[in-house]
Design a protein around this ligand. Sequence first.
Ligand code: SF4
Ligand code: SF4
Length: 415
Amino acid sequence: MKGRVLPEILLRTEELDRCVNCGLCRAVCPTFLTIGNERLTARGKIILLKELLDDSLEPSASIAEIFDDCLTCYACQSVCPAGVRTEKLWTSARQDLAGKSKTDRIKKLGLGWTIARPKLFGLQIRLAGRLTGFDVNNREQAALAKWGFPVFRSAPLLHSLNDEYPATGKEFGSVGLLLGCSVNISTPWVADATIKLLNAAGWRVVVAKEQVCCGAPAINNASWDIARKLARRNMIVFRSLGVDRVTSADATCAGAFQRDYPELFREDEEARMAAVELSEMTVDLSELLFEACEDGRLRFNPREEVVTLHDSCHVTHVSRGGRWRQLLERVEGLNIRELKDSDHCCGFGGSYAFFHRETSMKIAERKVERIIETGADKVLVGSPGCMLRIQSVLNAKTDRVVKVMHVAEFLSELV
Ligand code: SF4
Ligand code: SF4
């Protein structure tokens, strides 16, 4: 009976059964640590899902809200000794409980009228750029925005980039650049830095002009039709580039190519094979740069400065680590101050910041307090979403000037 009502969760019973009830996920769950409701932890959610499957609970709005009140930071997945893949569970639960969720229709409507329609989305961004009037090339001005995303440049960056950027010295190979919406519309300087670093490492950078959103917001909200539509377009665009690798300064977007695309087409073998091919070509940016350092293709000039590093969730918990810290350790003279709970979420979480504003702000404020405690002048992060969130809360909550930079941006100044 429940198989018909909860088909996606039913496919994940293996994950549910792995949980050994140890409770280690409590210590890292930002929503639980802020609100204090055990049901918000991975353990609590798994118990709920089991109760739904064995008929002792009925799907309801309050249960759907438990799954909506999750940052999808996947710290629970990293810490879990039993290897429960919570990233599989939460999206499945969101899909099965969509009919009960109070915000699901609004989110899907929003996605349907933005990222799902790339041309219209481009027009919206242009209009938003004119209305908000931010000059996003001026980082201080851009950071004045109280919210993460409403910082728009007047036109998406993608159209002003060249088709290709040659390697600085001897060419090692070619790499397709997946911009990601945050970089394309809000933090274009991160793209410039990424291209400069990749060129310095011997990569010829090819810009796929027809690329669209990676679909991560749709995947997180279990809008599979929108996610598949975007994925199909990106699979055609990136596979036809003829490049050796694909990468992105946004680990969330690269992660969608790497892990989510093959999963999206699990029932369509031809599309799944194409998704696997793209997945295998896609490499985390920090990994690509680290390889170049190991090969002696990339070196950094010394820099005497005090910085700290926030380990963004999708680099740390989803992409399993990333290499940003090891890259920074190669910079002679750099004083990297340890940030307490550096791998705890900054509170952004995409649409979470809009629909759970109060909790999101509390989590972000704790992150900012920790950053101030380090005494560093700069905080480096590996995700454009975290950059916007942390900078806006820093500006609002403290007079101390702490600059937020993408790690790629910082390293690009040293080549
Ligand atoms: S993904 Fe993050 S917010 Fe959601 S249950 Fe896991 S640790 Fe908590
Ligand atoms: S850490 Fe893993 S095994 Fe332990 S309670 Fe959480 S989900 Fe279950």
